[in-house]
Write a protein that binds this ligand. Structure first.
Ligand SMILES: C[S@@+](CC[C@H](N)C(=O)[O-])C[C@H]1O[C@@H](n2cnc3c(N)ncnc32)[C@H](O)[C@@H]1O
Length: 357
């Protein structure tokens, strides 16, 4: 939230933030839930410039959240008691040129694609970010792969499950993936499913930058859900690439090393820099004269969440230091490269020896 809000606060449009399935504001252990995180960040980075709506259809959650927000004195954050889908439908109908941030975190699969369609058609000059959690165990259950494959028929219950999946995923492409597909395992099916869903979100050419992060207990446990985002801005892709890469790997690492001798180690100590060096070198070969930022955008587009920007920066420096590529941006004080230090504006070429190799 902080870098996003700091950036859109400068756009000069009213910011509308919606946490459609808000919850009570705090988890049982006292940690802040999404509405509180959002409201605090908005007060800090866009005070007076935003309205935040938090929907809850459970009265106890609504009341708890309302009292927490009141105690914090955050009046621009409005808890609303009502059904998220109904409230959102009205809100989207009334939408004009506001900067919109929409977060969906239902327990199940309670966000159908038709609700999102008008947002995919917004004018390209408007700012819209969608963040949505798609529940994987329920997706598999509704797909009923084993029952359909075993019995070869779709009874009325399975039919209604399948209709639900079509409504949620915005088409019946899920069928080839979840039911018929020849994928090796559930995780592979999920990846393809989410890739297709991202493609659909991007299909109007407006929310072209999409990505997804799997949420799991441990590396080898089942995926609970995918957090999917869609944005019209390439910066969102770069920002979320780093955030998701760090959060995912730090969590996986901590789960694996807790109660071991390595409990105090950091996930970054275990990373192998070889892969990003190879990819960076290949990119410089494929796209000579592109800047570090242009190359990074390409790599994130093709390998979302695999590497951080800092790892990429170090890989580029290593390739320069070892003579595999060279920086062709001259050092000119006041220019795009004011010191010897490499920056995002620096352009690169494969070195002559590396081309021969
Ligand atoms: C997964 S929790 C949200 C947790 C929240 N994102 C957080 O970080 O604290 C989903 C919440 O949505 C509420 N909810 C479920 N269905 C709803 C609906 N149709 N309309 C509004 N709220 C709903 C649930 O009662 C629950 O409080």
């Amino acid at each position: 939230m902080p870098p996003y809000l700091a950036k859109v606060a400068k756009l000069g449009k009213r910011i509308l933030i919606v946490d459609a399935f808000a919850g009570p504001g705090r988890f049982k252990d006292g940690t802040a839930g999404s509405p509180l995180i959002i409201a605090k960040a908005a007060e800090r980075f866009a005070p007076g410039k935003y309205d935040a709506y938090f929907f809850n259809n459970r009265e106890s959650h609504h009341k708890l959240l309302a009292s927490i927000l009141e105690r914090q004195g955050i009046s621009a954050a409005k808890p609303v008691f009502g059904d998220a889908i109904e409230q959102l439908t009205h809100l989207i109908e009334r939408l004009r040129d506001e900067t919109l941030f929409l977060y969906f975190d239902p327990y199940g699969l309670n966000c159908e694609f038709d609700l999102l369609r008008p947002l995919l058609e917004r004018h390209k000059s408007f700012s819209t970010e969608i963040l949505i959690n798609l529940h994987m165990p329920i997706s598999h259950r509704l797909g009923s792969r084993h029952r359909v494959q075993r019995d070869g028929i779709e009874d009325s219950q399975i039919k209604s499950y399948h209709e639900k999946l079509t409504r949620v995923y915005g088409g019946d492409f899920w069928r080839d993936i979840l039911v018929e597909g020849q994928y090796a395992n559930a995780k592979e099916r999920e990846e393809v499913l989410i890739d297709n869903y991202r493609g659909l979100l991007a299909s109007t050419g407006y929310l072209s930058f999409t990505g997804a992060c799997p949420i799991r207990e441990k590396t080898d446990s089942a995926t609970k859900y995918f957090m999917v985002f869609a944005s019209p801005h390439p910066d969102a892709l770069l920002l979320l690439n780093d955030e998701m890469c760090k959060s995912f790997n730090a969590h996986m690492h901590n789960q694996e090393v807790k109660d071991t001798l390595f409990a105090d180690s950091s996930w970054t100590e275990w990373r192998n820099p070889g892969r990003i060096r190879d990819i960076a070198l290949q990119s410089v070969h494929d796209f000579p004269r592109e800047t570090r930022l242009e190359l990074w955008r390409r790599i994130v587009g093709a390998h979302f969440m695999r590497f951080t920007k800092s790892e990429f920066g170090k890989a580029i420096k290593h390739l320069c230091d070892t003579g595999k590529i060279e920086c062709i941006t001259p050092v000119i004080r006041g220019g795009t490269r004011p010191t010897k230090r490499l920056n995002d504006n620096c352009a690169f070429m494969p070195s002559a020896t590396s081309i021969m190799f």
